[in-house]
Design a protein around this ligand. Structure first.
Ligand SMILES: NC(=O)c1ccc[n+]([C@@H]2O[C@H](COP(=O)([O-])OP(=O)(O)OC[C@H]3O[C@@H](n4cnc5c(N)ncnc54)[C@H](O)[C@@H]3O)[C@@H](O)[C@H]2O)c1
Length: 256
């Protein structure tokens, strides 16, 4: 993809799941990556694996809801590489709660899933200002549909979807493009554990289930790499006239 090689990215939540696939894809495209993740073990091990394979990555222990930690991760990136070109806002907490959610649950979900993305944008923008840049926020199909007892999570993802449009408008004159991707169900380690331990399901069972795989036109769930590819595209110069967009990467889920 055009315009990725030699650039510098901050990927929040890059230690696991979709974020980890984004790190691997960007490194493959020649991007140096900061893995800004709150996980004290998987963050360093992800960075070590990338480095051992010949890529450039480091782990910044970061809770994205803490502005000082976000600022430190961005400053560390600039200290190492002298620039930031891309931000991928992947980190999230999954507080799947309905109308009985507690104030603490609301606050934690909104602090990480909404404000965390906004704080990362706030701190990378000054470093992009001279030459422009690109940002991808991860929302979800959940931000566009109703799901049982998902009020808290879905409200946050809906906020991300619209926050993305507002940011795109505010940052257009600084040549910073802002887009969101909205994945359907993605089969990563944490989702596999949830399906196995809580629902007693294998991937094959989940894909055959009318409420999971059956909700996607393609009658299956996604691999993290299938989300990472479109994210790399949105960051690249091949997407130079795309901003303020919410791209559905959902196997046709929301089109039905
Ligand atoms: N998995 C899915 O089916 C799916 C579907 C739609 C959208 N999404 C979205 O994709 C993104 C990635 O999801 P995933 O399933 O790969 O998640 P995951 O649980 O596999 O990984 C999330 C990562 O975020 C990190 N993280 C959590 N809280 C953090 C915080 N406060 N600060 C910094 N890092 C933090 C975790 O340590 C972890 O490494 C999320 O925004 C999620 O809402 C996922």
């Amino acid at each position: 993809m055009r315009g990725l090689d030699g650039k510098v990215a901050v990927v929040t939540g890059g230690a696991q799941g979709i974020g980890r696939a984004v790190v691997d894809r960007l490194v493959h495209e020649g991007v140096a990556v900061t893995i800004a993740d709150a996980h004290p073990e998987f963050g360093p091990s992800a960075a070590a694996e990338v480095t051992a394979a010949g890529g450039t990555a480091w782990h910044a222990l970061t809770d994205v809801s803490d502005e000082e930690q976000v600022a430190a991760a961005v400053e560390g990136t600039v200290r190492r590489h002298g620039r930031v070109d891309f931000l991928v806002n992947c980190a999230a907490v999954f507080i799947m709660r309905g109308v009985n959610a507690t104030v603490d649950e609301w606050r934690r979900s909104n602090d990480v899933n909404i404000m965390g993305q906004a704080l990362c944008v706030k701190h990378v923008v000054p470093h992009m200002a001279d030459r422009g840049g690109a940002i991808v926020n991860i929302a979800s199909i959940s931000g566009h549909i109703a799901q049982p007892d998902y009020v808290v999570y879905n409200a946050a993802k809906a906020a991300v979807a619209n926050m993305t449009r507002c940011m795109a408008l505010d940052l257009a004159d600084r040549k910073i493009r802002v887009n969101a991707v909205n994945p359907g169900t993605v089969w990563n380690a944490n989702n596999e554990r949830f399906h196995r331990d809580v629902l007693g399901m294998t991937r094959e069972n989940a894909e055959k289930d009318p409420e999971i795989g059956g909700r996607h036109m393609l009658k299956r769930v996604a691999d993290p790499e299938e989300i990472a590819g479109p994210i790399a595209f949105l960051l690249s110069d091949d997407a130079s006239f795309i901003t303020g967009e919410n791209l559905m990467i959902d196997g046709g889920y929301t089109a039905m």
